[in-house]
Design a protein. Structure first.
Length: 140
């Protein structure tokens, strides 16, 4: 419960899983307005507004340095400086480049992990299933 949890950055460099993207399609009835909205939402000011409204972590270095982020604490996490921790971790992120078979290979690993979690495979069997599936998925 409350005051029994804390937040710390991960060992090594930062990590991330997820994210979001904005696009204005050619089918838009209001492309100029949509583009202006996308520009605002991805600006440091827009990202700080989103942080203040819903704690969506900014991607802009300028927004990550804003006091609204760096001074943010959460009472549930024992008043840990979660904004500062998240911002520092985000600044350590390095680009990850996916290969052309990334989605298929990831799916093979997901299936093997799930089978292991459900007790259908041992860790060794799951690893071998993941490797074999990844090779098939990537055409090897």
């Amino acid at each position: 419960g409350r005051d029994q949890w804390d937040v710390a950055s991960v060992p090594g460099n930062g990590g991330n899983w997820g994210g979001s993207w904005l696009a204005v399609t050619t089918q838009s009835k209001h492309p100029e307005e949509a583009a202006k909205l996308a520009m605002f939402l991805t600006s440091p000011e827009g990202q700080i507004s989103a942080w203040n409204a819903a704690n969506t972590l900014p991607s802009s270095p300028k927004a990550l340095d804003d006091p609204a982020v760096t001074e943010f604490t959460r009472d549930y996490f024992n008043e840990a400086p979660v904004g500062k921790i998240y911002a520092e971790t985000a600044k350590e992120l390095k680009p990850v480049y996916y290969g052309i078979h990334h989605a298929q290979v990831s799916e093979e690993f997901r299936k093997a992990l799930e089978a292991m979690e459900q007790g259908q495979l041992s860790p060794e069997e799951a690893w071998q299933q993941a490797i074999d599936g990844a090779k098939r998925a990537s055409g090897q």
